[in-house]
Design a protein around this ligand. Sequence first.
Ligand SMILES: [Zn+2]
Length: 308
Amino acid sequence: MLSAYITHADCARHDMGPGHPECPQRLAAIHDQLLATGLLDCMVPYDAPLASDAELGRAHATRYLKELAAASPLQGHHALDPDTSMNPHSLVAARRAAGAAVLATDLLVSGEAQTAFCCVRPPGHHATHDQAMGFCFFNNVAVGIRHALDVHGLSRVALVDFDVHHGNGSDDILKGDDRVLMCSVFERGLYPFSGDEPTEANMVHIGLPSRSGGDALRQAVQAHWLPALHAFAPQLLFISAGFDAHRDDDMGNLGWTEADYAWLTRELVAVAQAHAGGRIVSCLEGGYVMGPLARSAAAHVKALIGAD
Ligand SMILES: [Zn+2]
């Protein structure tokens, strides 16, 4: 079965200023690694389309969409929070990033592809129903998931989030939606300082202690995620693929390696093959040091497309 690689040059035109870790070079680093390892040759490339207002509106408040459009600057930067700002290209980049998740969903539901990797920015998992935060504007995976449920009529979609930070935005949008199971793992005590509190029944959150390493990840996934995912039997699996838990990424301290990302992805491929016809949409989230980001993403993609 075919694998889709979805990106767009517009995603690199969003820039939050010199020295900002969520920088345009992230996409080029991943692209170069996928090219050098031959993985790009195994995938079908697609340009990410612009998500429409209707598509974004399935995850976000109409008022928020209008506020964000009004905040878009004609030149320079407009700060939305201390970490998150817009340049004149940010809104288009954010619509492409969300549109990639929509296109990926269409390709998988129609059978044109079995798996998709959305190499896009800005990331999305901190964007709530009505707020941009933590480098995120639109919640890309939530837009894709609601498209799968509301437009294609699927009844069970799972989201797995392995970014080092808790996906508070995805939690905010998807909690209480019993068509969705969200499984997340993150480092305790990090931004956005959420995820440890009790939440809705459709959320499986695992906060891991600093410096717990890849073994703690594997034990937690086997004890908590896999039983929940198999019981839920998703028809489609989304991944919020952040690589900032890598031991060489200074955003977090969980100490994971490329081998941990490959192992985790293989486990998720097995879940998708058991219940979802192997269908997985993976969307890039964090990962801020170019070498480990590129190598981890390549290890993830290699397992995702079955080239390992
Ligand atoms: Zn992160």
